[in-house]
Design a protein. Structure first.
Length: 207
């Protein structure tokens, strides 16, 4: 493996800008097609491949910047008994808080990141998370938006949830040069396939 860049933070920031720019250039027809494919792979996962944590209390993220839209999936899972939660940014540099969401958008508030979250309700602890990724590597590590919220949140949770990363194939990288604080995904879903992490590598699970 190549040595990491001298300034890993700057390198990741440049990769983040490049990947977001590429994602924002995707046309609506292509996004819709990829959403359909990703839904199909996720259905395979939630229909028995993922362990039971996936269908107990699942945290999703409000879609921004041409990300996968998990709201239709959440609606279908809710009908079969899965509880759905959304993250809430409490304070910069602090772990996220999660509140359960019943699907009613009029109960949500918009934050400075362009996402929405429940304005009230007790904090809940997700048993699984569906995380959007700006980038990901062949080892299952995630490149996010740079705030470190999810790594900080996962590290603070007393019991690790099942973590499913989701992104388009154009977000794939050879390596992110993972650091000790980086936490790999258990699964990764793209429009091409569902992957599981096995022996430190992403392995295709035909779906």
């Amino acid at each position: 493996m190549h040595n990491p860049p001298d300034n890993l933070t700057a390198w990741r920031a440049s990769q983040r800008r490049r990947l977001i720019d590429e994602r924002m250039r995707i046309d609506l027809e292509t996004l819709t097609n990829w959403q359909y494919r990703m839904d199909r792979h996720l259905a395979h996962g939630f229909n028995g491949l993922f362990d039971k944590r996936a269908t107990e209390l699942l945290a999703i993220c409000w879609p921004v910047r041409n990300e996968y839209d998990a709201r239709p999936l959440a609606s279908r899972l809710r009908e079969t008994g899965t509880r759905i939660a959304l993250p809430v940014v409490v304070k910069s540099g602090q772990p996220l808080l999660f509140r359960e969401w019943d699907g009613q958008e009029d109960k949500l508030a918009r934050d400075n990141f362009g996402t929405s979250h429940p304005v009230s309700g007790p904090a809940v602890t997700p048993t699984a998370m569906l995380l959007p990724m700006v980038g990901f590597d062949r080892h299952g590590y995630r490149l996010g938006y740079g705030g470190g919220y999810f790594d900080r949140t996962l590290a603070a949770m007393p019991k690790r949830p099942l973590v499913i990363g989701i992104a388009h194939e154009l977000a794939r990288m050879d390596t992110l040069y993972p650091q000790p604080h980086d936490i790999p995904m258990d699964y990764v879903v793209t429009e091409m396939c569902l992957f599981r992490r096995e022996n430190g590598e992403l392995v295709s699970d035909n779906s």
